[in-house]
Design a protein around this ligand. Sequence first.
Ligand SMILES: NC(=O)C1=CN([C@@H]2O[C@H](COP(=O)(O)OP(=O)(O)OC[C@H]3O[C@@H](n4cnc5c(N)ncnc54)[C@H](O)[C@@H]3O)[C@@H](O)[C@H]2O)C=CC1
Ligand SMILES: O=C(O)[C@@H]1CCC=N1
Length: 278
Amino acid sequence: MHIGFIGTGSMGTILIEAFIESGAVPPAHIIASNRTPEKLRALASKHTALRTGTNTVVAQEADVLFLCTKPLEYRTVLDEIQHDLTPDKLLLSVTSSVNVQQLEAYTPCKVARVIPSITNTALSGASLVTFGSRFHDADRTRLITLLSAISTPIEIEEQDTRISSDIVSCGPAFFSFLLQRFIDSAVAKTTLTEEQATKLITEMIIGLGRLLEDGRFSLPALQAKVCVPGGVTGIGLHVLDKETRDVFLHLIEATHRKFDVDVLEVKEMFADKKNSFH
Ligand SMILES: NC(=O)C1=CN([C@@H]2O[C@H](COP(=O)(O)OP(=O)(O)OC[C@H]3O[C@@H](n4cnc5c(N)ncnc54)[C@H](O)[C@@H]3O)[C@@H](O)[C@H]2O)C=CC1
Ligand SMILES: O=C(O)[C@@H]1CCC=N1
């Protein structure tokens, strides 16, 4: 099986390196292209067996093809490779604002959307999967097996795309931001250095992740366990409750507003294209 990647920016590179590190795909079975040749050269010099080519060559050679460009670049790429796509290929889109129906209308391939996460770099975290209508059981199994090497694949419904991606894909950035705020405040208010505070936060968050992975505590049960009656945690939780009450509601409203705009732009991008493959 040959896996192709069009776009080796942040996400294309994360996926390629995760598949290589996991051992699921040998570098010689990966072929990649990118608009900016420097990024591609950097990747190829790190993984010497990895092959590179034009978008067209990648589309021709790949049995499984990941499109890892930004949504408004999809049309240019698809126009370029349209004659190289065949019904047997799995075409996987990593972007939330392009849906599987749009890609099925545009290509003869078996289409699925796979929204990854930076956590997949650590062969961890979720990947969000939405199957198109041409995916049969064997194709599903093939894709889930591949994704399981680098993540926990979770199937999502179309209407849950934005919120699921907010949590799985944007979440690492959101929580890094909050942790950095915690570090900055510790440094501003106490004698801890940034380095010391970062070390403490890092160990705390790794430990918390492991506890949650164990399934030993639910989130509320964990809070209750840490919160000694008459102790300090309760004082801190009270501040958090007061000062963050609406913060995630506002965040979700903002990401969904942006998503609605992105979805409209993608719709316009595909508007002139007739549904030729149904
Ligand atoms: N960065 C992340 O954590 C996540 C990103 N995604 C999705 O992944 C997609 C890519 O995001 P990033 O990798 O972060 O962006 P990026 O800007 O780092 O990478 C995009 C790459 O596509 C290449 N490209 C653009 N037009 C091209 C063309 N016509 N032919 C070949 N290559 C072309 C660019 O040169 C660039 O290297 C986006 O659609 C995003 O929504 C999804 C989940 C998480
Ligand atoms: O910021 C973005 O649009 C992408 C989608 C999910 C994570 N990063």
